[in-house]
Design a protein around this ligand. Structure first.
Ligand SMILES: *[C@@H]1O[C@H](CO)[C@@H](O)[C@H](O)[C@H]1NC(C)=O
Ligand SMILES: *[C@@H]1O[C@H](CO)[C@@H](O)[C@H](O)[C@H]1NC(C)=O
Ligand SMILES: *[C@@H]1O[C@H](CO)[C@@H](O)[C@H](O)[C@H]1NC(C)=O
Ligand SMILES: *[C@@H]1O[C@H](CO)[C@@H](O)[C@H](O)[C@H]1NC(C)=O
Ligand SMILES: *[C@@H]1O[C@H](CO)[C@@H](O)[C@H](O)[C@H]1NC(C)=O
Ligand SMILES: *[C@@H]1O[C@H](CO)[C@@H](O)[C@H](O)[C@H]1NC(C)=O
Ligand SMILES: *[C@@H]1O[C@H](CO)[C@@H](O)[C@H](O)[C@H]1NC(C)=O
Ligand SMILES: *[C@@H]1O[C@H](CO)[C@@H](O)[C@H](O)[C@H]1NC(C)=O
Length: 318
């Protein structure tokens, strides 16, 4: 047993494998996910994090994330292109017609998914495909790594779920908003979401640790969005820099709807909107999404992780 452990420990370095890509190796950023990552339809009132990361590094950017997406419509059916049924096929089509011409050694693939899979209209409110649980949605996200490996990808950054229970939507002090106006017990949602994010992230870590040795030549990193956002929430002055009082419980664009109101009818809502440099004081843009300043922080930290100048929020498993 000891021999096997020693062998497993020395084998990667003996064969020249190291964990993570080399500094300077990565030139292309290919992103998958939902509105947290959607460059064409940024949900933070400014530019999405991949646009910042592409300019900070710089990287050539190939963005496939789409607002409203989940991992798979088999599990959690929603109109926007899901990762498996919409985004991966879009990527493959662009590889096939030469739009995405990538040297895989120089390319990192990222996935930030789960927010819609576990939230309102899906797991939280029991509207997923019957029988589907957090195990299915987590396995689906981890399967993205194997699927993309099959298509030649070798460098992966898996962004785990941020602490969704700290968003306004899932807080215990929530109010009827653009994502949910029906009556609910906000304490119960907050407790349930705390369980979901912690359990899902623990599960994805275990699944990725089990997967990593089976994908030779791959570099797989877990980017700990949960820990980063938790740190921003508890130490806002280290991250937020706007001109209003720092604010981690409200949002830049806060709209209170009438109870049971029509979420599509914005005119029925009463909104409080921060403008200009005040916006960078907020952790959240609206009741569900990170602010642009939070996204700059995500971009800065992911870029540093990929360029190997920081290991603060990433764990390279291979
Ligand atoms: C979704 O279901 C179809 C039909 O059963 C299957 O072919 C496909 O592989 C499934 N996709 C995922 C991501 O499991
Ligand atoms: C390549 O395929 C993508 C996805 O189908 C499409 O949007 C794009 O216009 C195509 N580009 C060319 C040059 O054919
Ligand atoms: C969900 O996972 C369970 C096992 O955990 C499996 O039996 C079931 O088929 C999965 N559902 C779907 C739709 O993939
Ligand atoms: C929310 O939970 C916190 C921590 O448990 C508690 O201090 C606070 O009073 C609660 N707020 C509401 C509105 O329930
Ligand atoms: C909401 O749920 C909490 C936790 O289950 C419970 O203690 C509380 O009484 C509920 N509030 C209402 C108004 O039902
Ligand atoms: C935080 O922002 C909300 C608007 O979403 C506002 O109502 C609240 O007063 C602000 N809190 C602080 C401490 O400025
Ligand atoms: C909700 O508001 C939208 C936009 O104003 C409107 O088209 C729709 O008919 C409304 N739905 C209901 C049920 O009133
Ligand atoms: C806050 O810092 C970011 C860099 O992280 C900068 O782009 C932005 O302009 C700053 N905001 C303000 C209001 O100074």
């Amino acid at each position: 047993m000891l021999y096997i452990r020693v062998l497993l420990a020395v084998l990667p370095s003996a064969l020249g494998w190291a964990t993570g890509p080399q500094p300077g190796q990565i030139k292309n950023l290919v992103t998958f996910g939902d509105s947290y990552t959607d460059v064409g339809n940024p949900a933070d009132g400014g530019a999405a994090w991949p646009a910042y990361a592409a300019s900070y590094a710089p990287f050539a950017l190939y963005p496939y994330a789409k607002s409203g997406a989940t991992c798979s419509n088999n599990l959690t059916d929603r109109p926007p292109p899901s990762v498996f049924e919409g985004q991966i096929p879009a990527f493959l089509a662009e590889v096939a017609n030469g739009t995405a011409k990538l040297n895989m050694e120089e390319t990192v693939f990222t996935l930030w998914i789960g927010t819609n899979d576990v939230g309102v209209h899906e797991l939280l409110t029991n509207q997923q495909t019957p029988g589907v649980t957090l195990v299915n949605t987590t396995r689906c996200a981890v399967n993205w790594v194997s699927a993309m490996y099959g298509y030649g990808a070798r460098n992966f950054v898996f962004q785990n779920m941020l602490p969704l229970q700290l968003t306004v939507l899932y807080s215990n002090y929530s109010y009827p908003n653009r994502y949910w106006t029906l009556q609910r017990n906000t304490t119960e949602w907050n407790v349930f979401m705390t369980e979901i994010t912690n359990t899902g992230n623990a599960l994805s870590r275990l699944m990725l640790e089990a997967l990593a040795p089976a994908l030779p030549g791959a570099h797989i990193g877990i980017f700990d969005s949960y820990a980063l956002f938790h740190d921003m929430y508890t130490h806002p002055s280290a991250y937020l820099n706007g001109t209003a009082p720092l604010n981690v419980t409200g949002c830049v664009n806060s709209c209170v709807f009438p109870p049971n109101g029509n979420v599509s009818d914005a005119s029925s809502a009463s909104c409080t909107v921060a403008e200009g440099s005040d916006r960078d004081s907020f952790l959240w843009y609206d009741e569900l999404h990170p602010s642009e300043q939070s996204d700059r922080v995500v971009a800065r930290e992911i870029t540093a992780a990929i360029q190997r100048t920081s290991e603060d929020w990433i764990t390279w498993l291979s």
